[in-house]
Ligand binder design. Structure first.
Ligand code: GLC
Length: 476
């Protein structure tokens, strides 16, 4: 029996801002309970919906010293779909309206969280073989394990894994602040350990001290060893390449299942989609106030609206994209400059563009069901989940060949009649436009090829089963 504990800042269904939450909330469910005891630790944010908070049980509390201050640590607990989840309670740190606030304060909050996550283990009586840490918010866990906690017999022999979901966020602030927040000694704040360009990074700490490092696709695992994608940590990642593996994410095939999805106007599967899928398109057009026309090529973006996602490319060619025969639907929130950009295009092309600047799980499902293609032109993409959902729903992904996008979407080859979507290599707006126009021409002029591609897309298997096997090998 292997015992594993996940430490993370997000987890579906409790709290989510991005794909990290999907991975942390779905992967632990996949492992065979006879061989794996996998548990999760996240903060007890006040903004977790009360329907979950009401079900939590109080387990214990204690005071924890961290540097020259002391903090309350409460332990709340709940079993969710068979997985034990611990919530670290502390009102001072976790009572905000959102899981993240501003960097300096977040650094203090997640240093506290990292230390508390380890400190509750003896209290709840769970000694894991492996602590599996996700992103910078859990980056100090491997550091604490190998330093402050190393002399404590309870923690001896515990291994750690650091998983990178996104290398852009590193948990960086000045050295003095990090020393205050962690209570760790001076010798850790050197360039071979936590220091990065005279500041200190929590993620770097995790990458230096973890026994193994993973990231969420094979291509991203290679890319981050190069300067363009390495975010200043490419040298360290090269040096640790023997401990680094890429394991592509899966998605929850029960939640994302066009055959059972109650959010769809009409459910469908790989045998009846030619007749049924289009009803989702017209329902979507109606709901969003676009002209209802089943023959239109409907393109969707479902994304956090940030620089990572390639939206400056979209901006550069948006007027060219909005030609005859295209409708463009956006769903997401993020950087105001992109939110306003899509509002602006909706203003000038009201019959073609629908900008939905909010978060809606229901609308995202309706878009996977109703769109013909889903656009993911990212500058970098560790894995990307939307293209996996798009494949499952037979909405063909149009992606840039980077990270997990490259590993999961097979570009259409019209001579061999292979492929599951469309892709372009360079971060270049003209390439993006050409690729969209190519997809559009296949949609309008090679209907049979398009439908065959939908069949291949829907038959791909990006459930967690394959990836979970790779995590099992790593855990063993
Ligand atoms: C981050 C990455 C995304 C990845 C997700 C889950 O959100 O940006 O590419 O799919 O984490 O690993």
């Amino acid at each position: 029996m292997k015992r594993i504990v996940y430490v993370a800042s997000e987890c579906v269904p409790f709290i989510k801002t991005g794909g990290l939450a999907d991975v942390v909330g779905t992967l632990p469910k996949i492992f065979d309970k006879k061989e794996y005891d996998v548990r999760i630790i996240i903060p007890n944010y006040k903004c977790i919906p009360s329907k979950y908070r009401d079900k939590m049980k109080f387990i214990s509390n204690f005071q924890m010293d961290i540097g020259n201050h002391s903090q309350y640590v409460g332990i709340m607990y709940m079993e969710y779909e068979g997985v034990p989840v611990y919530f670290i309670d502390n009102e001072y740190y976790f009572s905000g309206l959102t899981p993240y606030t501003e960097d300096r304060w977040d650094i203090e909050r997640f240093c506290f969280f990292s230390k508390a996550a380890l400190s509750i283990l003896p209290v709840v009586g769970f000694k894991p073989d492996i602590v599996h840490c996700h992103d910078w918010q859990a980056g100090m866990v491997p550091v604490y394990l190998k330093t402050l906690f190393a002399g404590n017999p309870f923690f001896s022999g515990i291994r750690s894994i650091m998983t990178i979901h996104n290398l852009r966020f590193k948990g960086i602030w000045d050295v003095e602040h990090l020393k205050y927040c962690t209570g760790l000694p001076d010798y850790l704040f050197t360039p071979d350990k936590l220091e990065i360009h005279r500041d200190a990074s929590m993620l770097k700490g995790g990458l230096v001290y973890a026994d193994k490092i993973t990231t969420v696709s094979e291509t991203y695992a290679r890319e981050i060893q190069t300067p363009f994608y390495g975010e200043g940590l490419d040298g360290l990642l090269q040096a640790r390449h023997q401990s680094l593996v890429g394991i592509v994410n899966g998605i929850d095939y029960d939640v994302y299942n066009p055959e059972k999805d109650r959010k769809l106007a009409k459910t469908y599967n790989v045998t009846n989609f030619k007749k049924n899928k289009v009803m989702n398109k017209t329902a979507l057009q109606k709901e969003l106030g676009l002209p209802v026309d089943k023959n239109q090529f409907v393109l969707g973006i479902i994304s956090r609206l940030t620089d990572q996602k390639g939206l400056d490319l979209v901006d550069a060619v948006m007027n060219d994209i909005c030609q005859d025969g295209v409708q463009f639907i956006v769903l997401g929130t993020g950087d105001p400059k992109y939110e306003n950009m899509f509002r602006y295009y909706q203003g000038i092309h009201p019959a073609k563009v629908s900008a939905n600047i909010y978060f809606s799980d229901a609308l995202s499902h309706k878009m996977y069901g109703g769109c013909d293609a889903i656009l993911v032109p990212s500058r970098f993409e560790p894995c990307g989940l939307t293209q996996l959902m798009a494949l499952r729903y037979g909405s063909l992904p149009i992606v840039r060949e980077t990270g997990g996008l490259k590993d999961t979407v097979i570009p259409y080859n019209e001579f061999e009649q292979t492929g599951t979507g469309f892709s372009f290599a360079n971060y270049d707006a003209k390439e993006l436009l050409n690729t969209i126009n190519y997809a559009k021409s296949v949609f309008y002029n090679q209907k049979k090829s398009w439908e065959d591609m939908q069949v291949r897309a829907m038959n791909m298997d990006y459930s967690w089963a394959n990836s979970a096997k790779k995590y099992e090998q790593l855990y063993q």
